[in-house]
Design a protein around this ligand. Structure first.
Ligand code: SAM
Length: 344
């Protein structure tokens, strides 16, 4: 590990985080809790409790600050359900005060199931959050609540989405994970929903990251099928990617009203353009959703590491970022943590 000894003196505030495959890492996802108030059937095994501890706001802020000093410009808070986290508004306020290496505010986003958004959208905006992504897996109340296993959830989330739009947490994206036989009947309804509500709906292929054992190649609804089906009722045209790291393929409706996106990590993986790392609620770095190992950044903080030592550890960890995932290949191993405990 000669390179590690070298990096402790060489990795300084201002070194741009780049992995050994030449990918620039500027996007950090931070899970602030692995608790959730939903028990989505494709994610949880029926429980909604936590498996891992949470850090204090001060600890998250110090760790995020280390990444920002290495060139991270975008931070997305997630979970579990981040709106359950006590002190979230204060955390957002402090993050909004941070500056990137170029002196700009961070791009600050949050992914939520939207259940508590009606109450929190305006305070989050006031605290400095730029935008939210809301997860919705159906546009009819019955299917929605069969998936979340929480009565009244559809009304709560729809209200949250509308309040967030009014509060200016935009562009507001809706993420929908499609599973054949569960909610693939919702595709056309979601296309209409995007146009009527003024939101960008993004369909996401289901990945083997559930607590149970549901995933199979057959349950994944691939990009091509989604585009073909929407195109039959509402003609689409593909839009140009805004940047090389964009995960979603974007489509506009032919009449110019509305947009949808498709995130296809299974059928059309985008690992080559990945610019992300993740920090779990208990302060472990994950360099890929499918990593088999985690890196205990928080353990080093607790042991008294200096910012220089933490920076060197982050740098060294990112050097080992996986070239790509191996979903569907022989020998593929599911990671030990499921999506809700990693931070989606
Ligand atoms: N509670 C928040 C929410 O609902 O958005 C944040 C955490 S949740 C784990 C983040 C996203 O991961 C949700 O959109 C959820 O649908 C998605 N997700 C969960 N399991 C998944 C899987 N196996 N494959 C793809 N997406 C998944």
């Amino acid at each position: 590990m000669a390179s590690v000894a070298k990096t402790i003196s060489e990795v300084s505030h201002g070194t741009r985080l780049t992995d050994s495959h030449g990918r620039v890492i500027h996007d950090l996802r931070v899970s602030v809790t692995d608790r959730c108030n939903y028990k989505c059937v494709y994610c949880r095994d029926g429980e909604n409790g936590s498996n891992y501890p949470e850090l204090s706001n001060e600890e998250y802020l110090r760790l995020v600050g280390i990444f920002v000093s290495l060139g991270v410009t975008k931070v997305r808070l997630t979970g579990g359900e981040p709106l359950l986290r006590r002190g979230l508004l204060e955390l957002v306020q402090e993050l909004a005060a941070m500056r990137t290496l170029s002196g700009d505010p961070l791009e600050l986003a949050l992914t939520t199931n939207g259940h508590l958004l009606d109450r929190l959208a305006a305070p989050l905006k006031a605290a400095g959050l730029n935008r939210v992504t809301v997860s919705m897996d159906a546009v009819d109340a019955q299917t929605f609540e069969r998936i979340t296993r929480v009565p009244g959830s559809f009304k709560a989330v729809l209200g949250g989405v509308r309040t967030a739009l009014k509060a200016g947490l935009t562009p507001l994206k809706i993420n929908c994970v499609l599973l054949r036989g569960f909610n693939d009947g919702q595709i056309e309804g979601f296309a209409r929903f995007a146009r009527e509500e003024g939101v960008v709906v993004r369909f996401i292929e289901f990945m083997p990251l559930e607590e149970g054992r549901l995933w199979s190649p057959e349950i994944v609804v691939p990009l091509k099928e989604i585009v073909d089906r929407i195109g039959r009722v509402l003609p689409l045209r593909e839009l140009e990617a805004r940047d090389a790291g964009e995960t979603a393929r974007r489509y506009g409706f032919a009449d110019g009203v509305g947009e949808i996106g498709i995130i296809a990590p299974v059928s059309q993986a985008f690992c080559g353009a990945c610019s992300r790392v993740r920090l779990t609620s208990d302060g472990k770095i994950r360099t890929c959703l499918f990593s088999q190992i985690e890196h205990d950044l928080y353990g080093r903080l607790r042991a008294g590491a200096s910012n220089e030592e933490l920076r060197a550890y982050v740098w060294q960890t990112v050097q080992g970022k996986e070239a790509r995932h191996h979903i569907g290949e022989p020998g593929f191993l599911k990671p030990s943590r499921s999506m809700v405990h990693i931070g989606g």
